[in-house]
Design a protein around this ligand. Structure first.
Ligand SMILES: Cc1ncc(COP(=O)(O)O)c(C=O)c1O
Length: 445
């Protein structure tokens, strides 16, 4: 497969936009410029069709261009709804009602445009509540692009000091320039699934909050070990910091109530985005009322600002309401269908890995999964991925699938996501392509 027109578009855009595209996280090899998507499929400018498992970094839980959602958005616009910028709207109230019904462990909710805004607000609320400044995050966790959390994602072995850390923090490895040193000194990255490390931080620093994805889904699907999330809950209570579970990826995807409904552990604050609006830009901070109500507390010294010109713009609000109604509709059984499709894919992939004698393990939570090429089982943290995952094979595997019309984002350990629009036929076609890809990749070995 070749993508000459895609490359040409990137070159043209690059003269005007640094890097040629609006989010540099979207830059990957091969460069593919998509021009259309519907349901489970995407089409590129070079004339190729793909079954999509990237889902735009996971939001598209219903699939691209869901008809009910598009109808709701058109109706909102044709009904002359606008972003009035003054006073409450009926629609934001309706969205909050539906949202809190789904995420029933949360008492109140505030809406934003992006996941990064939601996580940044969560940290601000935690700092305001506790009067403390330090935060704990996970090595291998992504919680947005702002200074407090733009560190320690897919760090290299060398950046991490070359050896495994247990019971302590990793060196700070920012993934952006421009973070002042005094801000870097406030963020402590610890290994996932390591409660000793969290306790060590809590003893050493005045911790305002620990923020983590409940399942690390920006390095595939790295699950919490049994008891880990409850352990975080207990440490937060013991040392007086807030537990922020960042469900921007797991929310409405792991289950309707997110991963917290599965783990039965409740955070103080939770952040959401992505799947609850099926690809439209809206995000949320939700949790216990006493924390969210800092926004309106009488004491101006303790009050936390909540502001945003586009918060609850009618287009994403209509999209989110339509998406939530569908996700919550028992007749649709969205999560039942997703589980069935995801199992079919997982079973088929495992059979193919066995047939082609590939050492691999699939880690999956609901419709989100990742294949790790390792003999060591499911990784428990980023260090285990660095040590045991065959990154070179993963790169070749993703490329071979793309060449056969199966689109996974071509960066190692990026999560694959199935949507409600996928069919059993899509899964079977994917498995056939996987069989061909593995045949090519193992030829001569
Ligand atoms: C877990 C998590 N938190 C926060 C964010 C930031 O969301 P956004 O890109 O909408 O700012 C992301 C984005 O991928 C994410 O995966």
């Amino acid at each position: 497969m070749n993508w000459p027109k895609s490359q040409q578009l990137l070159d043209e855009n690059s003269r005007l936009i640094p890097g040629g595209l609006a989010s540099l996280n979207r830059k990957a090899d091969p460069v593919i410029a998509f021009i259309r998507a519907k349901g489970s499929r995407m089409w590129d400018i070079d004339g190729h069709e793909y079954i999509d498992y990237h889902a735009g970094f996971a939001p598209y839980i219903l699939g691209h261009g869901d008809d009910d959602q598009i109808a709701a958005v058109i109706q909102a616009m044709q009904g002359d709804l606008s972003n009035y910028g003054s006073g409450p709207t009926r629609e934001e109230g309706e969205l909050a009602r539906l949202f809190l019904k789904a995420v029933s462990h949360c008492e109140k909710v505030q809406f934003f445009n992006t996941g990064s805004e939601a996580t940044s607000q969560a940290i601000r609320v935690a700092r305001a509540w506790t009067g403390r400044a330090h935060i704990i995050k996970m090595q291998g966790g992504y919680n947005g692009h702002h200074n407090a959390v733009a560190t320690n994602l897919m760090s290299t072995c060398e950046q991490l000091g070359g050896s495994l850390v247990h019971g302590n923090e990793y060196p700070c490895v920012p993934f952006t320039a421009g973070i002042p040193p005094e801000e870097k000194a406030l963020t402590h990255a610890v290994p996932f699934n390591d409660l000793d490390a969290v306790e060590c931080m809590a003893k050493k620093y005045d911790i305002a909050a620990l923020i983590t994805e409940p399942v690390l889904q920006n390095i595939g699907v790295v699950k919490p070990q049994p008891g880990y999330l409850q352990g975080l809950r207990d440490l937060a209570d013991r040392y007086g910091f807030l537990l922020i579970l960042d469900e921007v990826k797991t929310g409405f995807r792991s289950s309707l109530g997110g991963y917290q409904a599965i783990a039965k552990v409740t955070a103080d604050l939770s952040t959401y985005g992505k799947a609850f609006a099926n690809g439209f830009p809206i995000a949320a901070l939700a949790g216990k009322a006493k924390y969210l109500d800092l926004a309106t507390i009488a004491d101006a010294q303790k009050r936390v600002l909540v502001a945003g010109t586009y918060n609850c713009h009618p287009v994403p609000v209509a999209a989110a309401i339509a998406c939530l109604r569908k996700l919550m509709d028992p007749d649709m059984d969205v999560y039942g269908k997703l589980e069935g499709l995801a199992q079919r894919l997982e079973v088929g992939q495992n059979e193919l890995f066995k047939k082609h004698q590939i050492s691999a393990v699939i880690s999956r939570v609901g419709s989100a999964s990742c294949a790790y090429f390792t003999t060591h089982g499911e990784p428990r943290d980023w260090w285990e991925i660095l040590q045991h995952h065959d990154a070179a094979f993963d790169t070749r595997y993703r490329r071979a699938l793309i060449e056969r019309g199966i689109y996974h984002f071509p960066v190692i350990v990026k999560q694959g996501s199935i949507s409600f629009a996928h069919s059993e036929g899509d899964i079977d076609q994917t498995l056939e392509a996987t069989d061909n890809a593995l045949r090519e990749l193992t030829r001569g070995t």
